[in-house]
Design a protein around this ligand. Structure first.
Ligand code: SF4
Length: 105
């Protein structure tokens, strides 16, 4: 006795399910990256303005040492490769490659 062939709808369902499972981790990574970017302190935030914070250190005219970045500042605590918390800004998230006038090394 031969096995009956899989119903086309069932085959399609399995294919979609497998595709969904394969793609889900990447979708989550993208969503969490966007969430982290949205949580970063904005340069326009009043506390950030006081410290002349720039998310891109190379755009800070007051910065005289090209080696200074948030990710090598004493007030920075790394969260991931792109961001970390800053104690000068109430432990809010700043960009790893940012800078402000309170940089401490
Ligand atoms: Fe970046 Fe340090 Fe300034 Fe905080 S105090 S914004 S970590 S340079």
């Amino acid at each position: 006795m031969t096995e009956s062939p899989m119903h086309p709808k069932r085959r399609r369902f399995i294919k979609l399910t497998v595709t969904g499972l394969a793609v889900a981790p990447f979708a989550n990574a993208l969503l969490s990256r966007n969430a982290a970017a949205a949580d970063l302190v904005k340069e326009s935030d009043p506390d950030a303005v006081k410290l002349k914070y720039k998310a891109d250190a190379t755009k800070a005219p007051e910065r005289t040492n090209a080696e200074e970045f948030c990710d090598n500042c004493l007030l920075y605590e790394k969260k991931d490769n792109a961001s970390g918390t800053c104690s000068a800004l109430g432990d809010r998230l700043v960009a790893a490659k940012g800078w402000c006038t309170s940089w401490g090394g």
